[in-house]
Design a protein around this ligand. Structure first.
Ligand SMILES: Nc1ncnc2c1ncn2[C@@H]1O[C@H](COP(=O)(O)OP(=O)(O)O)[C@@H](O)[C@H]1O
Ligand SMILES: [Mg+2]
Length: 488
């Protein structure tokens, strides 16, 4: 999974957890608030009923006292209390309208209110009768018509009051219980959120931070020059791609470093070799000339002839080597032109044709149709071709096939590949291919300079020479990249 997706999923998960926790807390809070509201409402109704009850009793006793004592202050007390009673009943109705209340409750109270009003008017009647001097009638009316009614109402109000007190107590209890539950749920959810967050952090740490640290350390090591360093990151994501890119970079740096060292070595070796070869050439010419002269003078049967001939051969070998060294060191005489590569290849094959036939080597040419001309120094590149073809012939002593392919143009380079089916090159020797004097040929046969010289020439062209082989007896392939110049 890519890091981008991992981060998206992690954050989505986090948001989901937060939303989940928040909604649970919200709903819990709402339930608790409802209970609280319920308890407040019932408390207020309870207080209201209590007041109605109080003023009802006060009005009743003021009426009684007036009828018994005939004290007019009791009459005005009655007026005051019954007025307050009515006020309280109205207040209570208003409250009921504001509260969410069941229909049954509403009807219950309406009946109580109506009964209270009837009672007040009956008391009022009795008081009026008394004031008019009809004391007996007033008292008998109270006894027959009011007392039992009054008791009934008191009973109903009492039961209403008890109901409200009950409801208030239950709601308060529930509200407290919910508060406790809320607390437990909040703590539980917090712990859960912490655990989940920690798990997510560990997951992100394992999959992002750790490989990132690895990448950083690896990159630092590469940056400090250890180009053999490789960064190993498992999986398939942006970091592994980055690690691969770093590894590739390190590989390229390593290769460039090797090439630089090689070039440097070549340059200093070229100077030294050139100097020595030059110094040796004159005395060698002397040795060869003198030997030939002596051989001419000596009679054919002279036993010294054999020794002289050996000296001559040895001197000839030395000349070959010095010539090679001079070729190697001579980095001048380059004349660059646009050259037809296939033609130059054919020309080089012609030069080697007798050796190719003698070794029973079949040449397969795969020249591309649209190969552009290469901008090269013809004699030098021919020397490279000859070196490579000669080496192939030596590697295929018992016959084989030499395939020459030239048609690919990569980044403005003409590519020429020589593939043989000869002895092949071991892994160990592959690394020594371009080392001066490295040869696997018998003494006298190889100088170990052919490929070194070729390397120098190709460098001079800003080209490339590459060698590959699957190992011993599996053939070898030499590939050249030469600067292309215009289409043929
Ligand atoms: N086509 C090839 N197949 C196998 N080995 C090769 C081939 N070309 C070169 N070599 C190896 O590279 C060595 C160096 O080659 P070179 O520099 O031309 O020197 P020389 O030919 O004098 O040995 C050879 O001795 C041989 O071992
Ligand atoms: Mg050679």
């Amino acid at each position: 999974m890519t890091i981008k997706n991992r981060l998206i999923i992690s954050f989505a998960l986090m948001i989901a957890i937060v939303v989940f926790i928040a909604s649970i807390l919200f709903f819990q809070g709402k339930i608790q608030r409802d209970y609280l509201m319920d308890s407040v409402q019932n408390y207020s109704l309870m207080a209201g009923i209590r007041e109605i009850q109080y003023y009802l009793e006060k009005s009743g006793s003021a009426c009684d006292f007036y009828l018994v004592l005939g004290d007019s202050s009791e009459k005005s007390k009655f007026n005051e209390f019954s007025g307050l009673l009515q006020e309280k009943i109205n207040d209570y109705s208003l409250q009921l309208n504001n509260f969410k209340i069941s229909k049954a409750e509403y009807i219950e109270f309406s009946e109580i209110a109506d009964a209270c009003n009837i009672l007040i008017s009956r008391w009022q009647n009795a008081i009026n009768m008394y004031s008019e001097g009809k004391r007996e009638r007033a008292i008998s009316m109270i006894e027959n018509n009011v007392l039992s009614y009054y008791d009934k109402i008191k009973e109903r109000i009492k039961s209403e009051y008890e109901k409200k007190i009950n409801a208030y107590q239950i709601a308060e209890k529930e509200s407290l219980r919910m508060e406790k539950i809320n607390f437990i749920i909040s703590v539980g959810l917090s712990v859960l959120a912490i655990i989940l967050a920690m798990m997510l952090s560990v997951f992100l740490f394992r999959t992002i931070t750790r490989p990132l640290t690895k990448l950083k350390e690896g990159a630092e090591k590469i940056g400090n020059g250890s180009f053999s360093q490789r960064i190993e990151i498992s999986g398939h994501n942006e970091l592994t791609v980055l690690a691969e890119a770093f590894n590739k970079m390190a590989e390229n740096l390593k290769r460039s470093e090797t090439q630089l060292i090689q070039m440097d070595r070549m340059a200093s070796l070229g100077q030294l070799a050139g100097g020595i070869a030059h110094e040796l050439n004159n005395p060698l010419t002397g040795v060869l000339g003198q030997t030939e002269m002596l051989l001419e003078k000596l009679p054919p049967q002279d036993p010294i002839r054999e020794t002289l001939e050996k000296i001559g051969k040895a001197a000839e070998r030395c000349r070959k080597i010095t010539k090679g060294l001079l070729d190697f060191s001579r980095q001048k005489d380059y004349t660059f032109e646009y050259i037809d590569v296939p033609k130059l290849l054919d020309n080089s094959l012609d030069i080697c044709s007798s050796d190719l036939i003698a070794s029973k080597i079949n040449v397969v040419k795969k020249y591309g149709k649209e190969v552009p001309k290469a901008y090269i120094s013809q004699p030098h590149i021919q020397q490279v071709f000859l070196n490579i073809i000669t080496n192939a012939i030596h590697a295929m002593k018992h016959g084989g096939t030499l395939t020459i392919v030239t048609d690919v143009v990569i980044n403005n380079y003409v590519t020429v590949a020589f593939k043989d089916t000869g002895d092949g090159i071991s892994k160990v020797n592959l690394e020594k291919m371009f080392t001066p004097f490295f040869t696997t040929k018998e003494p006298g046969k190889g100088t170990g300079l052919g490929l070194v010289i070729s390397y120098g020439i190709i460098q001079k062209h800003n080209g490339k020479i590459l060698v590959s082989s699957d190992g011993d007896k599996k053939g070898a392939t030499f590939t050249l990249r030469l600067p292309a110049g215009g289409i043929k």
